[in-house]
Design a binder for this molecule. Structure first.
Ligand code: HEM
Length: 467
């Protein structure tokens, strides 16, 4: 039986919840850095769905895969929780946009921006998603020899997803070279940020070597690039509404606050654009990478997607309005997001004292909401490790409980880009399977690399064979 509160815990966090003895966390800290998912799974299997741990052997916090507690924090009692410094630390580099903002400011921005992402509005962005998907299959065709190409799919999907979100934001204002520079800056900043969190003991070293300064400079370069596009658009406004580009930047420029009727200030606009580029690029790239990996392992699923597509589209290019007629392809995407949720863990901190199922949660308690653990929970998902898209068919049993499936989070801070993401992933999937089959091309399975998002470590080699 796991011990309950050990005597050295500074204070109870959620009273009868078991704690991993601190010496175990300290001893296991290297293993944890190497394989956080494997370690967390072992701990939760041994101790129960909610457990107290000292992160890095130092910081007390709760990790949970209990859907009821996740729902409590994200939805039912969300007012008592904020994101923690783990997310807020990004403000230094990316600014205070929807993802990093809090409180009344966040709500005001969310109300302003959300309508731009409504499903129907996305119809206008579908064409550019389709174009990016077609560019990818054209590139793939150019790379084939003897009808097949082995591709680092994570690298390829990162490019596709970045093109989509950057063009959805800026339309044609962005050249290919500028897009690549933006993507490179964002990748470098994020990789550095994750190191400062995972290896806090390296911070003095980073400071001494000027790495903080380098990343501050990168962040300034990013802001100046984005500022350039905003100013360009402001200086050359469309002559008529019909000529206005149908992109997210125009939406952010045109929108007005309900209370004042004023547009967004330039600095705020910059923050929001940065956050959209970050939040909307790596997550989708990882989702697409894992999706193709799963299809390479499960060719029968790919055949079924193709059969559905042929029955509905008879060889034509899929359009936005076709997507609801292709439910199986959506189920495939949903199941990939279950097995490999790009946002694998969310952080929250209690703003004031709270209670959950009669247990006290003192102010200041740090929570790691372990979405990967929820999605793989054996009590919620029969054969949890098996890729089975039919789980998401209408009426499939057992249906997961509320908050048993939440790749896009939940409550008021639900991902604002969820429809955008599902649409682009479905379109890239369909366009690829129209022309190619996918096969494994490396012997060992990819290693999970959970950074800010869940990505494969190193290359993800897959063979795409022209049909
Ligand atoms: C498969 C792709 C995606 C996944 C799995 C994903 C997941 C998530 C999750 C879990 C959250 C909530 C974070 C939290 O509560 O702490 C979130 C928030 C957010 N996402 Fe996504 N996301 C994806 C794609 C996108 C795209 C394409 C965009 C924009 C184009 C986007 C923009 C945002 C923004 C702005 C927020 C902050 C919302 C707020 O707090 O009001 N995401 N995303």
């Amino acid at each position: 039986m796991p011990a309950s509160l050990p005597e050295f815990a500074a204070k109870p966090i959620v009273a009868p919840v078991p704690w991993v003895p601190r010496w175990r966390t300290l001893l296991g800290s290297v293993a944890f850095t190497r394989d956080p998912i494997g370690r967390l799974n072992n701990i939760l299997t041994e101790y129960g769905d909610t457990v107290g741990v000292h992160l890095g052997g130092i910081r007390p916090g709760m990790v949970t895969r209990d859907p009821a507690l996740v729902q409590h924090i994200l939805q039912k009692n969300h007012r008592r929780y904020l994101k923690s410094d783990l997310t807020h630390g990004l403000i230094r580099y990316l600014g205070r946009g929807l993802l990093t903002n809090e409180g009344a400011d966040w709500l005001r921005q969310r109300r302003l921006i959300q309508p731009g992402f409504h499903r129907q509005r996305l119809a206008g962005l579908t064409r550019l998603m389709q174009t990016a998907a077609a560019e990818w299959t054209t590139e793939l065709t150019a790379r084939t020899t003897d009808g097949a190409a082995i591709v680092d799919t994570h690298e390829a999907m990162t490019r596709v997803a970045f093109r989509i979100v950057a063009r959805a934001t800026f339309s044609a204002s962005l050249s290919e070279a500028e897009g690549e520079r933006l993507a490179a800056i964002l990748t470098e900043i994020q990789a550095f940020y994750v190191r400062t969190i995972r290896q806090p003991y390296l911070r003095p070293w980073f400071r001494a070597r000027g790495t903080y300064r380098r990343n501050d400079l990168l962040s300034q370069e990013l802001r100046e690039l984005v500022r350039g596009y905003i100013r360009q658009r402001r200086q050359h406004p469309p002559a008529t509404p019909a000529e206005a580009p149908d992109d997210l930047l125009q939406m952010l420029l045109d929108t007005r606050y309900e209370d004042t009727g004023e547009p967004m200030q330039e600095e705020q606009l910059l923050d929001e654009v940065n956050i959209l580029l970050v939040a909307g690029h790596e997550t989708s790239a990882n989702a697409l990478s894992w999706l193709f990996y799963l299809l390479a392992q499960n060719p029968a699923v790919a055949d079924k997607v193709r059969a559905e597509m042929e029955a509905v589209l008879a060889g034509r290019t899929p359009e936005f309005n076709d997507l609801p007629q292709l439910p199986y392809s959506l189920q495939v995407v949903q199941e990939a997001l279950r097995l490999y949720p790009p946002a694998w863990i969310l952080d929250r901190v209690a703003l004031e004292d709270d209670e959950f199922q009669g247990q006290r949660i003192p102010k200041g308690t740090l929570f790691s909401l372990y979405l990967y653990g929820v999605h793989h929970h054996p009590a919620l998902w029969p054969d949890a490790e098996v890729f089975r898209p039919e789980r998401f068919a209408p009426g499939a049993v057992p249906a997961p409980p509320p908050y048993g499936y939440l790749p896009f989070g939940g409550g008021p801070r639900l991902c604002v880009g969820s429809h955008f993401a599902l649409t682009e992933i479905q379109l890239v999937l369909l366009e690829t399977l129209r022309y190619f089959s996918v096969e494994p091309a490396q012997e060992s399975p990819p290693v999970l690399m959970p950074l800010v998002t869940l990505r494969p470590q190193g290359e993800l080699l897959l063979r795409f064979r022209r049909l």
